[in-house]
Ligand binder design. Structure first.
Ligand code: NI
Length: 177
């Protein structure tokens, strides 16, 4: 089992704006390792550090579940360009299990980030990579894909969402919507 559980909707950490990462040291490498383990266990394609309870600007991507080789860990990722279009896609989130809904996002972006070796890079992304990067960077800003759903999609998922909130209310005594 992964050392850290994936935190679910209602936990306040998911609504916090995460802190920038400074120096890449042992502590940061250990967080990335924990994130990799959690992502592999959940069979996801992307994870942001707040999802394991760490409010720092770290994102990992592993597209092997969608048949691609792309695997990366990004520190302080920032979208520096977005195409003007807006493309629909059915999104889900490991922190909001069993909830799905259509989210419109730009189809092409450029992301500036630091790698784990401290190098500054710019990634040009389209298709699934653009999608997952935007979703994960949103997590660093306390934003969730739920925020974009239509009333119809929200209604469709209402029961699952309330069940998650109820679970966290019991566990934490309070929730953040
Ligand atoms: Ni997510």
């Amino acid at each position: 089992m992964a050392k850290r559980e994936v935190i679910t909707y209602g936990h306040p950490v998911l609504r916090q704006v995460a802190k920038p990462v400074g120096k890449v040291d042992e502590r940061i490498r250990a967080i990335i390792q924990d994130m990799m383990e959690a992502l592999a266990e959940e069979e996801g394609i992307g994870l942001a550090a707040p999802q394991i309870g760490i409010s720092e600007r770290i994102v990992i991507i592993d597209l092997s579940k969608s048949g691609q080789q792309t695997k990366m860990a990004l520190l302080n990722p920032e979208i520096i360009f977005s195409s003007k279009d807006s493309v629909p896609y059915e999104e889900g989130c490991l922190s909001i299990p069993e909830v799905w809904g259509t989210v419109y996002r730009p189809s092409f972006i450029k992301v500036k980030a630091k790698t784990t070796t401290g190098k500054s890079i710019v990634i040009e992304a389209d298709e699934i990579l653009a999608r997952v990067l935007q979703h994960e960077i949103d997590h660093l800003n306390g934003k969730l894909f739920l925020d974009y759903l239509s009333e119809e999609d929200k209604a469709k998922n209402a029961e699952k969402i309330s069940a998650l909130l109820e679970e966290n209310r019991k566990k934490l005594g309070h929730v953040a919507l």
